[in-house]
Design a protein around this ligand. Structure first.
Ligand code: URA
Length: 446
C-alpha cells in the first residue's frame, strides 16, 4: 500500500487496518516517510481519532519500531516491573519507588524522561547528583538490573524510534493533544521495556498534562485498556495534581526530600503515601504480594531496614555517582545563593494551588527548560510549599524560593504568591481519585 493511500483513508475517517498502521509506523522509523506525510498522518489522526483497535495497533507498532528489551540472558529471579507518570510538579516518586520495588524482589528497568512544559523530569533530578550518567552502556544497565534490581536511565536511540520522530512533528503541527497519539506514544516506549506489569500514574487536576478531568479519566481508562490488549497487565492510578506532591519542586531540592524519606527521616508526607500506594499496586501486579496488607507489610519492612536507601545509593554509584551518597553532602550541589520566604499578604488557609504556575516558576528560576537543550540550574526551585488546608501567617511562608540571584527571587515572588488562593471552604483533594485495575491482576474475567 502506498503511504498516501493510508493517509487518504485516515483523512476520510476510515479505520485503518493493523497492517496499514504498522507499515506507516515502520516508514516513520526507517525514514522512508517524509516529514509532510508524518504531519498529515498526525493531523488526520488528530481530527478523526482512532478506534481502540487502531490505538492498540499504533501502540504495538511504536513498541516494535526499535529494539524491545530482552532479559532472557540475565536469568532474573523476580518479575520485571515499572511505573510511569504522565508528569507532575514536585513529583519525584520514581526515585523512591524504583529502589523500593527492587528491595521487594522486583527488577525495575526504569527508562525515564526529562521535564516537559511545567512538569519536572526524573532524569533532570538524577543529574543533580554529581557524576550520574543517564546513558550508561548496555552492560552496566543490565548489571544493575540484575544485582541492584533497579536502573533509572534515559531512552536509548533504538527504543521506539518512530515515537521520537512522530513526537517531534506533533510538537510543531499542533497535534500533541490527540488521545490515540498520546496513548501510543507513552505506551509504545514503556512496553518496549518488555515488562511483566506496569503501573501508570495518571495525574489529574490543574497541574496535570490534560487540564480537563474528564479527558484525564478517558486517558487513564484508554491507557489501561490498550496496555492490557497489547499484552502488558497495567493498573492505572489517577493521582491528584491539584497541589504539588512533594513539599519541594526543583531538581536537587526534590532529591534531598527523597533521601530524607528513604533514610526514614520523613515518615508522614503525601509523597511517601502515594509512592507506597503505587508500590502496593506494582507488587500485586507482579505477584510479589498476595494482598494489599501483605504488600504494605513488605514495603514497611524494607523501608525500615534501610534497604531502599542502600539500593538507591548502589544504583547511583553504579551509574557514575558517588559511592557514599547517603553520607556525602557534597554529592548534591550547594544550596542556591538566595533562599527567601514568600509570605502571604494576610494570614489565611490555603484553598487552592495553581500547580502549573508553580511549575512554571521553577522553570523561570532556571530549574527547567524554556527551549529544548537549555542548561538547567539544579540548585533552584521551591520548598516548604504550603499544602491545601494549611494555615499560613507572618511566620509560615507559602513557599521558599531557592534562586540563583536576588533579582530572580524578587521577580518570581509575586508569581508564587499569586499561585495560592485562600478560603475556608473545601476539603483537601484526595491523594488518589481512582484506581483502574487490570482484570487479569484482580483475577476477574475481562
Ligand atoms: N508524553 C509522551 O511521551 N508522549 C505524549 O504524546 C505525551 C506525553
Amino acid at each position: 500500500m502506498l503511504l498516501q493511500d493510508i493517509l487518504a483513508a485516515k483523512r476520510d475517517g476510515q479505520a485503518l487496518s493493523s497492517e496499514a498502521i504498522r507499515q506507516f509506523v515502520m516508514a516513520i522509523a526507517d525514514d522512508s516517510a517524509g516529514q509532510e506525510q508524518i504531519g498529515a498522518f498526525a493531523m488526520a489522526t488528530y481530527l478523526n481519532g482512532m478506534t481502540l483497535d487502531e490505538t492498540v495497533a499504533l501502540t504495538e507498532a511504536t513498541r516494535d519500531s526499535g529494539s524491545v528489551l530482552d532479559y532472557r540472558q540475565l536469568d532474573l529471579p523476580g518479575p520485571i516491573l515499572d511505573k510511569h507518570s504522565t508528569g507532575g510538579v514536585g513529583d519525584p516518586v520514581s526515585l523512591i519507588l524504583g529502589p523500593w520495588l527492587a528491595a521487594c524482589g522486583a527488577h525495575v528497568p526504569m527508562i525515564s524522561g526529562r521535564g516537559l512544559g511545567h512538569t519536572g523530569g526524573t532524569l533532570d533530578k538524577l543529574e543533580a547528583i554529581a557524576g550520574y550518567d543517564v546513558t550508561p552502556r548496555r552492560t552496566t544497565f543490565e548489571r544493575l538490573l540484575k544485582d541492584v534490581g533497579v536502573a533509572i536511565v534515559g531512552q536509548s536511540g533504538d527504543l521506539a524510534p518512530a515515537d521520537k520522530r512522530l513526537y517531534a512533528v506533533r510538537d510543531v503541527t499542533a497535534t500533541v493533544a490527540s488521545l490515540p497519539l498520546i496513548v501510543a506514544s507513552i505506551l509504545g516506549k514503556k512496553l518496549a521495556e518488555n515488562l511483566d506489569a506496569l503501573v501508570m500514574d495518571v495525574k489529574i487536576g490543574n497541574g496535570a498534562f490534560m487540564a480537563n478531568d474528564d479527558e484525564t479519566r478517558t486517558l487513564a481508562a484508554t491507557i489501561a485498556d490498550v496496555a492490557r490488549r497489547a499484552g502488558t497487565p497495567t493498573t492505572a492510578v489517577l493521582s491528584d495534581m491539584n497541589q504539588t506532591l512533594a513539599e519541594s519542586a526543583g531538581n536537587a531540592i526534590e532529591v534531598r526530600e527523597c533521601l530524607a524519606i528513604m533514610r526514614g527521616e520523613q515518615r508522614d508526607s503525601r509523597l511517601l503515601t502515594l509512592t507506597r500506594r503505587l508500590a502496593v499496586e506494582a507488587l500485586l501486579a507482579g505477584r510479589l504480594a498476595t494482598s494489599k496488607e501483605d504488600a504494605e507489610r513488605q514495603l514497611e519492612a524494607r523501608l525500615a531496614s534501610g534497604d531502599v536507601a542502600e539500593r538507591f545509593e548502589r544504583m547511583v554509584a553504579g551509574l557514575g555517582g558517588p559511592t557514599d551518597l547517603l553520607e556525602n553532602a557534597g554529592a548534591l550541589p550547594a544550596p542556591a545563593p538566595v533562599i527567601q520566604d514568600v509570605l502571604a499578604e494576610h494570614p489565611g488557609r490555603v484553598a487552592r494551588q495553581d500547580v502549573k504556575a508553580l511549575g512554571m516558576a521553577v522553570v523561570e528560576l532556571g530549574g527547567g527548560r524554556r527551549r529544548a537543550g537549555d542548561a538547567i540550574d539544579h540548585r533552584v526551585g521551591l520548598d516548604a510549599i504550603a499544602a491545601i488546608g494549611q494555615t499560613v501567617d507572618r511566620h509560615t511562608p507559602l513557599a521558599r524560593i531557592h534562586a540563583a540571584s536576588q533579582a530572580d527571587a524578587d521577580r518570581l515572588a509575586a508569581r508564587v504568591r499569586e499561585a495560592f488562593t485562600f478560603g475556608d471552604e473545601g476539603t483537601p483533594p484526595p491523594l488518589v481519585h481512582e484506581t483502574l485495575c487490570d482484570p487479569s491482576i484482580t483475577g476477574e474475567t475481562p
